[in-house]
Design a protein around this ligand. Structure first.
Ligand code: NAD
Ligand code: IPM
Ligand code: MN
Length: 356
């Protein structure tokens, strides 16, 4: 029996996870998936109930399950808490505790949404790129960090740092994925300015020697941001550090029409994974039944493919999403005039309907 920990989190995290659960229920009932679900708290709601954004019970459950599905965390009401108690800290700690260093963020444009993208059809049609983001080190976790008084004024500081091994392992992840794709890795850094990126480039170049059938190129992050908007189809796999990957993946998301379309997998060395949409808790639209649940639903597909060895069921979910889009159904974020606009719940129901 597969045991999956469900962590809906905050804001739209609740609404979109409910839709993903409908899909899992359907796979259990009609396709013999045999997935057992356990529910837990993370983020702001966890803080409200237990005083911690990552309660020990959640961490214990995470260590005992086969996979984790997470919605999103965060919200205005927790923004002024001390940093260690904020929702985002809960998510970051969970990633770090489980050593989920390899964050896969595929940006795929569904052909039905080509006119929803803010870019011209010829620039984005057929887009299928994979961002591989290092997730448990870099400036997000580097020490020292803090805000203190220096020279009579406030001084804020963080440390961008990587051990060679941390770069090596995310490099290997990227090359392995590229071997299953178009065999091109573009490593994104700022080696012209930062020593940590100089090391990043050196190690990536060394890792590449073990993958002679994969082409490695390097690009500075400022140019990469520009190229993503100018000619995104030049990329196959992009590998980059924690912060650069965070920024570039939101940018890539928009090429597909909406951030509500992008799922992600965060994997450790053994293939254990946490799956979540790349977007946040969207407090501006929470509770209105308008959030797009497809990223959450597609995250279930990634879970089935990457951690649970159920690629054919993953394909079924992706095909169901395709069917629903073919029929013209859209949540508000991916709708243009002629489309049939539906809410979050209805979109979940439609995907389930298309599955069976
Ligand atoms: P966000 O991703 O929550 O929202 C950005 C914009 O995209 C908003 O206008 C929102 O309405 C829209 N959007 C996001 N997801 C959508 C969906 N599924 N359907 C339709 N529209 C969608 O980013 P933000 O506003 O910068 O952050 C809000 C909160 O979420 C913050 O507390 C932040 O820390 C947190 N956050 C959490 C995660 C996560 O849990 N993985 C990721 C990003 C941000
Ligand atoms: C993401 C989010 C998180 C990140 C935040 C909420 C900690 O933006 O998953 O992309 O920066 O990694
Ligand atoms: Mn982000």
């Amino acid at each position: 029996m597969l045991k999956v920990l469900i962590l809906p989190g905050d804001g739209i995290g609740q609404e979109i996870t409910t839709q993903a659960l409908k899909v899992i229920d359907c796979l259990n009932a009609d396709f013999n998936l045999g997935m057992m679900l356990e529910h837990g708290l993370v983020g702001g709601n966890a803080y409200d109930e237990t005083g911690s954004p990552l309660p020990q019970a959640t961490l214990d459950a995470a260590r005992q399950c086969d996979s984790i599905l997470l919605g999103a965390v965060g919200g205005y009401q927790w923004e002024f808490l001390e940093r260690d108690l904020r929702p985002e800290r809960g998510l970051l700690e969970l990633r770090a505790e489980m050593d989920l260093f390899s964050n896969l963020r595929p940006a795929i444009l569904y052909p039905q949404l080509v006119n929803v993208s803010t870019l011209k059809e010829e620039v984005v049609s057929g887009l299928d790129l994979m961002i591989v983001r290092e997730l448990v080190a870099g400036i997000y976790f580097g020490k020292p960090r803090g805000v203190e008084i220096r020279d009579g004024q406030k001084y804020g500081f963080n440390t961008a740092a990587y051990y060679e091994l941390e770069i090596r392992r995310i490099g290997r992840s990227a090359f392995k994925i590229a071997q299953l794709r178009n065999k091109r890795v573009c490593s994104i850094d700022k080696a012209n300015v930062l020593e940590v990126c100089e090391l990043w480039r050196e190690v990536m170049t060394d890792v590449a020697k073990d993958y002679p059938n994969v082409e490695l190129t390097h690009m500075y992050v400022d140019n990469a941001a520009m190229q993503l908007v100018k000619a995104p189809k030049q990329f196959d796999v992009m590998v980059t550090s924690n912060l650069f990957g965070d920024v570039l993946s939101d940018c890539a998301a928009m090429l597909t029409g909406s951030i509500g379309m992008l799922p992600s997998a965060s994997l450790n060395q053994d293939g254990f994974g946490m799956y979540e949409p790349i977007h946040g808790s969207a407090p501006d639209i929470a509770g209105k039944d308008i959030a797009n649940p497809l990223a959450a639903i597609l995250s279930v597909a990634m879970m089935l493919r990457y951690s649970l060895n159920q690629a054919s069921l993953a394909c079924k979910i992706e095909a169901a999403v395709n069917t629903v889009l073919n029929k013209g159904y859209r949540t508000q974020d991916i709708a243009i005039e002629s489309d049939l606009v539906v809410g979050t719940n209805k979109m979940g129901d439609l995907v389930v309907e298309a599955l069976v």
